[in-house]
Design a protein around this ligand. Sequence first.
Ligand code: ARG
Length: 567
Amino acid sequence: MSIKSAALAALASAYKLNGLGAVPSVIRSTKPEFGDLQCNEMMRLAKATGKNTHDLAASVAAAARNDVFDEVSVAGPGFVNFRLSNETIAAEASAMLGDPALGAEKQRPIRTVIDFGGPNVAKALHVGHLRSFVIGESLRRILSEIGHDVISDIHLGDWGLQMGKLLYGAAIASGWQHGDPVPFIKDFSFDEMSVEELGILYKSGNAASEDETALAVARLLTNMLQDGHPILTAAWKRMREISLEAVSATAEQLGAHFDLLLGESDAHSEIAPMLDDLVSRGLARESDGALVIEVSGEELPDNAPPLLLRKSDGAALYGTTDLATLRRRVRDIGAQQIIYCTDDRQALHVGSVFSAARVAGYANGIELRHVTFGTVRGWNRKPFKTRDGSAAALGEMIELALAKAAEKVKDKDSATAVGLGALKFTDLSIPRKTGYVFDIDRMTSFEGRTGPYLQYAYARICSILNKAALAGIVPGVTISVSHPSERAVLVECLWYPHSLSEAARRLEPFEIAERAYQVADTFSRFYTDCEVLTGEDPPARLATCKLVAQVIGKCLELLGMETVRRM
Ligand code: ARG
């Protein structure tokens, strides 16, 4: 039972006794003096039933009283306030202590594909990828924790015109000149090539394609690659491999796990049959030599342009591979829910793909969700850039965080965990749609809502438990409430199952970050106010410490952060 469901159950029977047909709802009290939970529905229900609000509230409160609560009272114009009894808190907290799920109930499993990371071949990972990796990984963990069957896929950008531009860059570097015959890539060895060199090839290909003739060559190369030209395919394969190795290394460093490392190109064999299917059912139509599908829907503006499926030169586009990938995820993986984690600038693209999938009947009964997030900004409030004006490289941002953490934390392993934790927690400690300023000093501070603050709180409790163990004191198996500060920290722990289900429902890791922070913050007050090892009942208070460590530890794990026992 969660504390919320206890209040809901009490209200449900009170509503029944008062002849109210409504489904009750409660929220956490906005102020501690109002108790732990409150119901704000009496004004509305009184109006609907023609009753006096205060009378109705008093009669509902009287009927809702039971021994879970010390007090069920009416405040103001008709708020019904619930105050949990200390016995309830102690019993619930003790049950949580022995439960690896910490009181969270598993949900009916939903087969979920989560698509995050979003890297592209040959392009260095930059600041824009940080949030997709961090938020995506946290959601992967949250959804698995609540019982879903989650499959993560990185969806590498490895097809389309970008690849034509890359091949063009490689052709130029291999000495090919306009007018030379194809194949373009001659005696060019990719074997020793680093991902940085690959980036240079891409940049040169991309810059050259500003000119129309070069762009035409890049387009031609894209088509030749998509048609399976052997020399281009071999070069592309090698370049893809080099990129994927680098991306996988960063993903591993960030603790992001991918069950599948598929890319846009993996959808290629699906495209022709899919387009035939759409044309034969009259869903796709020709427009100026191109093939398009009409899109509409609430996530799209009224005049959203149709989704382009095939260009007049025959090339497939980003939307085409995405639609084919979606279809395959449903058909071959059995996805019941697909989550795309990209920044909000892709809203039109993702919304169009969703709409096309619905029109085509590829997503019948399937939940499609776009998880967007705000931008990481620099001090000037503009998207975070490096000195040369390009988007900050993700690798450099990680290095910066690790270097700062190493200045502050002596133990090497702990410093790595703290540096990465600082980066991740900053990203997750605000609602995801909000952007933030990249401020490395604030991120690595041990004060305030930061990763290091939470990791430190966890390490401190571990050291308390260690010290107790050395003195021969073991935490008890039951928790009691011996002080208002202990009550406060335990109530924060008891909200964990609710935070988890909210995080999963709204795809919002911030709920977990905030839970961890509230628990750690109330714990430090408890530890100041209450003697743990020298007080009246050390095992009971140690049990509280242990539960707090469990809750903070679980939250950090769900945020993709590592805990450290020593700092
Ligand atoms: N590679 C894309 C980009 O750089 C992001 C991919 C997101 N996933 C997707 N299925 N479209 O913008």
